[in-house]
Design a protein around this ligand. Sequence first.
Ligand code: SF4
Length: 323
Amino acid sequence: MRVGIPRSLLYYKYLPFWKTFLTGLGLEVETSPMTNKKILSSGVKIAENELCVPVKAFYGHCAALKDKVDALFVPRVVSVEERAYTCPKFLGLPDMIAAAADSMGLPPLLTPKLNQREKPSEFKWQLINFARREFGLGRLDAVAALETAKLAQRRYQDSLAAGRKPVDLLPLSRLNRPRRRPARTGARRVGLLGHPYNIYDGYITQNLIARLEEMGVDLIVPEMTDHHILMKAATDVPKQLYWSYEKEIMGAINHWTETGQVDGVIYVLAFACGPDSLIQVLIEHRARAHKVPLMSLTIDEHSGEAGLVTRIEAFVDMLMRKK
Ligand code: SF4
């Protein structure tokens, strides 16, 4: 059986885990191509207009896989830690895709529910039960697939903590790579904030990472900092956030500004994103309090290249002049 993993949303966080786990269950895994005009346009046509651009892209990635696979992997990721949730879009993603499945001609969906809100150990049983229920695997085989997948994810996260970016490690991410050279010595250090599916999707962000690196910017992203450090730094806000991925973003700017690691911050946020719009205020406040220049870039499916290039050039110029 061939299973498709759409190259969007939590793909950028968990591909090594999901791919290794599904392969361990005896499945072949196919991922959709990099986001391109056709994929995004097909997603925009099908998805509700009010949705954020990465969810629209997710629809397009499902469409790109539909004739190549026997099933699509669309997990319901409710919570990835105790007493916190993911964005409501991740909770409803299988339902949104299922509602459009007939009109899109999609194959069946595999939708394991992952919820660690009450108890982190539940995650293990949720996946083992999924493997047994859907594929009739024995418990030991399911546990072996799970443990191998955890190792693959740990290796991925170790590489990120050692300074690599997801786009350096995930397959086919060449659009995001610098075309000419790495950052110059003495270049300005810029923290790039945002959800991984926004900042690492080269089409959605008009190749932002490559452009910044070509300008000689030394980029730092949240994944380069240990997760526990980010979580601890995220508590330095007036009221605790209960969205896990937003905590990572908040933790990153708190940590960077506290330790003086960055000369400026670029925050990429999706138009119509509720969680982003709430933490944007906190991020602006933090940057102002630490006198760190901040540029917020709001993206949607209409974002144009010219506007983005002008803005990032002006921002980087300003940082260089300040130096
Ligand atoms: S966090 Fe924002 S950008 Fe991400 S899926 Fe939810 S609404 Fe969309």
